[in-house]
Design a protein around this ligand. Structure first.
Ligand SMILES: [Zn+2]
Length: 94
């Protein structure tokens, strides 16, 4: 398990994605990168909408947005810096 010493995101991914490791595939890194960027953009757009419209209970929306943003940023970091095991793991069983 030498990858755990070199990869900066292995430890975080193991905590956040506490399911068993999934298959490593070359296309997953690109897909994860694209999905993360889309998710970040979508979350920020939703946050901007919630902030500008100021209706309903905004606190409940923030509780949804903050973990979503955290996960998408983690996905982006893993896609850029993580090892193949991290990418396979965070992407799940597809
Ligand atoms: Zn890793």
């Amino acid at each position: 398990m030498t990858t755990q010493d070199t990869c900066p995101t292995c430890r975080i991914v193991q905590v956040v994605c506490h399911w068993s490791p999934f298959k490593v595939a070359a296309w997953k890194r690109t897909a994860l990168l694209v999905l993360s960027i889309l998710l970040i953009a979508g979350t920020l757009a939703l946050a901007l909408y919630a902030f500008t419209s100021r209706q309903g209970n905004g606190n409940a929306l923030w509780l949804l947005l903050i973990p979503l943003l955290g996960l998408s940023v983690l996905g982006l970091v893993v896609a850029l810096r993580g090892c193949s095991t991290c990418v396979g793991r965070i992407f799940g069983g597809i």
